[in-house]
Design a protein around this ligand. Structure first.
Ligand SMILES: C[S@@+](CC[C@H](N)C(=O)[O-])C[C@H]1O[C@@H](n2cnc3c(N)ncnc32)[C@H](O)[C@@H]1O
Length: 220
């Protein structure tokens, strides 16, 4: 796992991943996540500087944003988002109990495989029967790290008893050849949702998943 000072060094300059300008990702995320968070209490893991807290989670009844980077959390706090509170913490150390929804958007792949397994065990035990949202690249391994694959996510969910409710492609993988480049360009057009929906996995960059944790009885 990366440390808080690792992430603080990323955050020396604001918005290190260009999140503020990724408005198409915001819209795609809002479409798939919106109905599950509106009016509910949410725990947003790896919330960074609070961009998604202020946009995608703005209709939640309440949202608690957790991030390991003190710098990111100080910027998130200074947004003064009315329905939000923030905490500096490793998300493996906070309680997952008493939220309607837990979201891990672009952060779970920073954990080692063993830590990810511990994460799912904790979630299934502290968040039974409730909604889990996961988002990240499904491109497998690249020069930076090991991300997810669709089959890997299905296997992980099955191993921990989560039921997949839906998934949605968020954007095309520009490094996946000519088809993906064309798809990425087409995904800027008015019919982008249709283009993204039809995109085969090998041309997809990020995908968002909504799943339900097993009830306590099922988890035994
Ligand atoms: C790529 S950023 C994504 C930010 C935001 N979720 C988004 O998608 O716009 C990943 C964030 O996860 C945070 N993070 C990574 N591992 C963490 C951990 N174990 N506990 C808390 N936060 C963590 C990092 O500090 C960083 O802010």
């Amino acid at each position: 796992m990366r440390s808080s000072s690792d992430f603080d060094s990323f955050y020396q300059a604001p918005d290190p991943w260009g999140i503020e300008t990724a408005t198409r990702r915001d819209k795609a995320l809002a479409t798939v996540i919106g109905p599950f968070v509106e009016g509910r209490s949410a725990l947003e893991l790896g919330c960074g500087e609070g961009h998604l807290t202020a946009t995608v989670f703005r209709k939640a009844r309440s949202v608690k944003g957790i991030d390991i980077s003190p710098l990111a959390i100080s910027r998130a706090t200074s947004r003064f988002i009315p329905n939000a509170s923030f905490q500096v913490a490793d998300f493996l150390d906070v309680s997952f109990a008493d939220y309607d929804v837990i979201a891990a958007i672009e952060c779970l792949y920073y954990l080692s495989p063993a830590e990810q397994e511990a994460f799912y065990r904790k979630m299934v035990s502290e968040h039974p029967g409730k909604i889990f949202i996961l988002s990240g690249p499904i491109i497998g391994t690249n020069e930076h790290r090991t991300y997810f694959t669709h089959a890997g996510i299905e296997q992980t969910f099955a191993r921990h008893g989560l039921s997949l409710i839906k998934w949605r492609n968020l954007n095309a993988n520009r490094n996946a050849g000519a088809v993906a480049t064309i798809a990425a360009a087409a995904s800027r057009l008015p019919l982008r949702n249709k283009v993204l929906e039809m995109l085969p996995e090998k041309f997809v960059n990020q995908r968002c998943y909504v799943a339900q944790c097993p009830t306590r009885t099922n988890a035994l």
